[in-house]
Ligand binder design. Structure first.
Ligand code: SF4
Ligand code: SF4
Length: 378
C-alpha cells in the first residue's frame, strides 16, 4: 500500500505552509532527505511560460521545497530538459532563475548523459538520460497537474520523460508513433528509472493549486484550480489521486494504467492522508477535446487509419509569429517553415504527437475538427 498526502490549498499565498503539511503527513522531510544528502529537484519546464499559466513549476512552489530540503542539506541541484529553448531561458521566464543565486543551487543543463536499462522492457530496454538527474541520493519530482492532448493527463510519472535531453524527446515520438505504443515506451523509461534509483529515494510533490485543463500540456490548455498539493514516493498513486480529484476518467489515463499493470506503483491500493477526495467537490476538469477510449486507442494503431479518422494540427496565422519552433521539433519532419513564411504541414505524414503545439509560444496550433468518420468510429 502506498501513502499519499492530499492537502487542499486555495491559493499560493500560504504555499510553504501547505507543502510542509503535505510532507509532514508522510513523516517529514528527514524521511526523504538525509543529512548532507545530494538532492536533485526535477522541475516541470516544458517551455518558456510564465508562472501563472499552469504549465511549469512555479517559483513559490520550488522555493518552499528548497527551504524544506535546506534543513537537511546544502547539496541541491535543480533542472529539467525543456524541448524548446535552454533551461536557463525557461527558468528566467517562469521566475525560478533568481532562486539559484539566492539559495546557492547548482543548475544542470542535462547534456551529460548516461544509459539506464529496464530489465523487463515491453519494447525498449535502454534509455539515454541526463546523468545528474539520477546520480543523487534523493530525487524530488515537482510536476504540475495537467490535461494532455496525447496522453489525456500528465502529472508525476510522465514528468520523468524530461530525463531525456531536449529535442531527443521528440525522437521517441517517431519511434512510438501511436499513443498506446508511446505509453509503453514511457513505462519502459519509468521502469528503467526505478531500476536505476532502486537504492535511492524518490519523492513526488504535484502542484495542482492552479493546474491546466483542456488541450494541454502547454499553451493550448486553460489554467484551472484543482486546489491541491499531492505528495508520495509513488508517482503512479499521485497520478491516480490527481485524476480522481479533477474528476477525469480513470480508464483514459493509459500511461498510469500500463504502469499499474506492470506493478510500477500501487495506483489503487492507497492510504490517503490529510484531506479526503470529498473535500474537492467543487473541483472539476473537462479534459482535452476529442479524447480516445481504450477501444479508440486500439483502432488508431495504424497510421493509414489515423489519417482518415483523426484530426491534425492547424495553424492560426493571426497568432503565429513565424518563430519556427514547431518545425524544429517535428519528429516526422512534416511541419516545415521557410524564412518569413508561415509554417505548413503535410497532414498525411503527421503522427499526431502534438509536439508542435507543445512548444508553440503563441498557442497558434490547434486541432482541426475530427472527420465525421472518426466521430462515428471513435
Ligand atoms: S506536425 Fe505536429 S503533431 Fe504532426 S508530427 Fe509534426 S510535431 Fe507531431
Ligand atoms: S505556429 Fe507557433 S511555433 Fe510554429 S512558427 Fe508559428 S508561433 Fe512559432
Amino acid at each position: 500500500m502506498s501513502k499519499v498526502s492530499l492537502v487542499r490549498v486555495e491559493n499560493y499565498n500560504n504555499i510553504e505552509e501547505k507543502i510542509t503539511e503535505a510532507i509532514d503527513l508522510l513523516g517529514g522531510i528527514n524521511n526523504f532527505v538525509k543529512k548532507d544528502a545530494k538532492v536533485f529537484i526535477k522541475l516541470n519546464l516544458i517551455g518558456p511560460f510564465g508562472k501563472d499559466t499552469g504549465i511549469t513549476t512555479r517559483p513559490d512552489v520550488l522555493e518552499s521545497v528548497i527551504k524544506l530540503v535546506k534543513t537537511q542539506t546544502d547539496d541541491i541541484t535543480i533542472g529539467d530538459n525543456p524541448a524548446a529553448k535552454d533551461v536557463s531561458f525557461v527558468l528566467k521566464k517562469n521566475g525560478c532563475f533568481d532562486l539559484i543565486e539566492k539559495y546557492n543551487l547548482k543548475l544542470i543543463d542535462g547534456k551529460d548523459e548516461v544509459i539506464i536499462n529496464n530489465p523487463h522492457p515491453h519494447i525498449y530496454s535502454n534509455f539515454e538520460v541526463s546523468r545528474d538527474y539520477i546520480e543523487c541520493d534523493t530525487l524530488i519530482n515537482l510536476p504540475k497537474i495537467k490535461c494532455h492532448t496525447l496522453t489525456y493527463m500528465t502529472c508525476a510519472e510522465k514528468n520523468f520523460f524530461g530525463l531525456i535531453y531536449g529535442l531527443k524527446k521528440a525522437s521517441w515520438h517517431s519511434k512510438a508513433t501511436n499513443p498506446l505504443e508511446f505509453g509503453e515506451a514511457l513505462n519502459d523509461l519509468y521502469g528503467a528509472f526505478l531500476h536505476a534509483m532502486k537504492d535511492k529515494i524518490i519523492l513526488n510533490i504535484a502542484d495542482g493549486v492552479i493546474g491546466l485543463d483542456g488541450d494541454g500540456p502547454s499553451t493550448g490548455g486553460t489554467p484551472k484550480a484543482a486546489k491541491a498539493i499531492i505528495a508520495s514516493t509513488d508517482a503512479v498513486s499521485v497520478d491516480t489521486i490527481a485524476c480522481k480529484l479533477v474528476k477525469l476518467d480513470l480508464n483514459r489515463i493509459f500511461v498510469t494504467n500500463i504502469a499499474k499493470e506492470r506493478g510500477y506503483g500501487e495506483g489503487d491500493n492507497i492510504e490517503l492522508l490529510g484531506n479526503s477526495l470529498d473535500d474537492f467537490d467543487d473541483v472539476k476538469f473537462d479534459g482535452p477535446r476529442d479524447t480516445l477510449s481504450s477501444i479508440g486507442l486500439r483502432i488508431i494503431r495504424h497510421k493509414f487509419i489515423r489519417n482518415f479518422i483523426l484530426e491534425h494540427p492547424k495553424i492560426d496565422h493571426n497568432k503565429c509569429i513565424k518563430c519556427g519552433e514547431c518545425a524544429k521539433i517535428c519528429p516526422a519532419k512534416t511541419m516545415k517553415i521557410e524564412k518569413g513564411k508561415f509554417p505548413h504541414l503535410r497532414s498525411t505524414d503527421c503522427i499526431r504527437c502534438w509536439c508542435c503545439a507543445e512548444v508553440c509560444p503563441q498557442n497558434a496550433i490547434s486541432k482541426t475538427k475530427r472527420p465525421l468518420i472518426g466521430k462515428i468510429f471513435l
